[in-house]
Design a binder for this molecule. Structure first.
Ligand code: HEC
Length: 120
């Protein structure tokens, strides 16, 4: 391979890498675009600062950014997508004392919301 060709390929690889912010990591299920829409319907941003969602600066819960890089959800659940869905649907099943309410989020909505959060 010529050095020029190599440089072009490396640039393409870098560009592909940068795209990552809006597309979920490999293996993440669900529809992040739909998730972004439904999480505003559940008013998650009434308690959380969420990347890409305009709203007041609220810190009842922690900002929901960088979840894909976290090790734990709410300080105790390993940060897998399945656990994120579980937390969103029923936080009390993880921590009976938590201030986050269960809001009757459906399985599909929770999956799509988690896909959005994992892509931020
Ligand atoms: C009434 C306020 C409130 C609402 C509404 C709310 N949350 Fe929370 N949320 C919290 C609090 C408080 C915590 C911290 C819980 C803990 O650590 O025990 C939390 C924690 C979380 C966490 C774990 C964050 C971390 O840093 O580990 C996620 C993920 C989350 N919420 C997602 C959501 C989603 C998605 C919605 C909408 C479906 C939502 N929350 C709605 C209050 C809220």
């Amino acid at each position: 391979m010529t050095p020029m060709r190599c440089a072009i390929l490396m640039t393409l690889a870098l560009l592909a890498g940068c795209k990552g912010k809006d597309s979920p990591a490999p293996g993440v299920q669900g529809d992040p675009e739909r998730g972004k829409m439904v999480l505003t319907q559940y008013a998650c941003h009434a308690c959380h600062v969420i990347p890409g969602i305009a709203g007041s600066e609220v810190y009842v819960g922690r900002p929901l950014d960088g979840l894909a890089r976290r090790k734990y959800i709410a300080g105790q659940l390993p940060a897998t997508q399945a656990n994120l869905v579980r937390w969103i649907r029923d936080p009390q099943s993880v921590d009976p004392e938590t201030a986050m309410p269960a809001m009757g989020v459906t399985e599909r909505d929770a999956l799509d919301i988690s896909a959005y959060l994992l892509s931020q």
